[in-house]
Write a protein that binds this ligand. Structure first.
Ligand code: AMP
Ligand code: GLY
Length: 421
């Protein structure tokens, strides 16, 4: 079987590695890391011109733009929803209306294009306050704050078009949910669902979950302390009603459904849907999936999902090495050193995100998130220590990374030497 993966980031690098276990893989367009994988090639051709038995679309933008519809019109099999289904991610207002119709527990909300109305709604909420661009903003269009004044200023910046251009001219204002976050991923064949391993990502730039929201600075899987009943509840109360509502609306969703949830004192609440694997969550989720993933993805694309993936023992952690200035204005073009040494750490998988290969053969930074270091281990502690051993070997000017990825759930003193011990 030949699989074409669409995309150029670390998620697509991880997908290529996982799917190449049992299939021939071509990535359109791929990146310098993808090119080095055995059994994997890259092509600059548009996906519509590639011939393959299965297409897996990595990022949201081409899905929202209808790539899966265009490929299906050519008779291709695709893991990824058409433009209708992709509105779950492409329009937060559409998503909120759909899940409300489905009875899925979610935060109170309303959407606005007028400042006075948005402000009035905001002032009636108890806080914390959440202001989101309605359209896509690469994970950066969301403000969560306890400060009403800050939320009002953000409303104005978004609705005026100053902050996010057209994507911000409609906003969703929400009640802020309080708790720990959880990312749940399911393969969907239009009717049935099969869970992939869950993950938690760290969206804030700085340690201790401070600083601006980013596309994600690291992730880990599994999430400690979740009883099986939490995931069962998410399937029954969130995912299944959503797929049923989509079907009632005439949408056959064949792809990955990613629910971003808050584990509140009242139970899991849906924050958002994404219509693809997360990045960097994919890097840890896929490290925990064994077996014939290409065959499993094909069965979802063909509409006859029979079983879930075989999930491996142990844990996975990934840490993002980002460029200076990320997320606002990352500086690019620096030489990256230490990649070969970083890859030598046992259990480590290095995924390229924003890199390019120069004419002189040197690897340079070319984006905000540069490299993602994934590591497996017997448990979270071992996976973390391997990931950080590897990150410590990477070098480029101004490299930023968080040193607390995956620390959640560990005892306070973990990693600190005990006197006399
Ligand atoms: P989104 O793009 O909707 O996933 O939002 C990005 C991040 O903002 C989420 O992962 C949460 O950390 C945070 N967030 C979004 N909506 C809410 C909410 N209603 N309450 C609390 N945090 C939120
Ligand atoms: N890491 C969050 C996302 O991919 O949307």
């Amino acid at each position: 079987m030949k699989v074409c993966i669409v995309g150029s980031g670390a998620r697509e690098h991880a997908l290529a590695e996982a799917l190449a276990r049992t299939a021939e893989v071509v990535v359109a367009p791929g990146n310098p890391g993808v090119e080095t994988l055995p059994g994997v090639s890259v092509t600059p051709a548009p996906p519509e011109e590639v011939v393959a038995d299965l297409f897996v679309v990595g990022p949201e933008a081409p899905l929202v733009d209808g790539l899966a519809d265009r490929l299906r019109a050519l008779g291709r099999k695709v893991l990824g929803p058409g433009a209708e289904g992709a509105r779950l991610e492409g329009s937060k207002a559409y998503m909120k209306r759909l899940v409300e119709a489905a009875g899925v527990p979610t935060a109170r909300w309303a959407s606005f294009d007028r400042l006075d109305e948005a402000r009035a709604f905001l002032r009636r909420l108890p806080g914390p306050y959440v202001v989101k661009t309605d359209g896509l903003a690469a994970g950066k269009g969301v403000l969560v704050t306890p400060d009403l004044g800050e939320a009002e200023a953000d409303l104005e910046a978004k609705l005026s078009g100053a902050a996010f251009g057209e994507a911000g001219r409609r906003v969703v204002v929400e009640e802020g949910l309080v708790g720990e976050e959880l990312s749940v991923f399911a393969l969907c064949d239009g009717k049935q669902l099969a869970l992939l391993p869950e993950a938690r990502d760290h969206k804030r730039l700085l340690e201790g979950d401070l600083g601006p929201n980013t596309g994600g600075m690291g992730a880990f899987s599994p999430v400690p302390g979740l009883g099986p009943s939490v995931l069962e509840g998410v399937v029954e109360k969130v995912l299944e009603p959503t797929v049923e509502q989509l079907r009632r609306d005439g949408v056959e969703y064949r792809g990955i459904l990613y629910a971003g949830l808050m584990l509140t004192a009242e139970g899991p609440r849906l924050i958002e849907y994404n219509v693809r694997l997360g990045d960097p969550e994919a890097e840890v989720v896929l490290l925990r999936c064994g077996g014939d993933l290409a065959g499993l993805f094909l069965s979802a694309a063909e509409g006859h999902l029979a079983a879930g993936p075989s999930v491996l023992e142990g844990s996975a952690v990934c840490v993002v090495a980002a460029a200076p200035g990320y997320p606002e204005s990352p500086a690019t073009g620096s030489v990256i050193e230490g990649v070969a040494e970083a890859a030598l750490v046992p259990g480590v998988h290095l995924y390229h995100s924003g890199t390019r290969r120069d004419s002189d053969g040197r690897l340079r930074t070319s984006g905000g998130r540069v490299l993602v270091v994934g590591a497996t281990g017997a448990d979270l502690v071992e996976a973390r220590s391997r990931a950080y051993d590897s990150v410590g070997r990477l070098r480029f000017p101004g490299m930023q990374f968080r040193s607390d990825i995956g620390r959640v759930g560990e005892p306070e003193h973990a990693g600190r030497a005990e006197p006399g011990g």
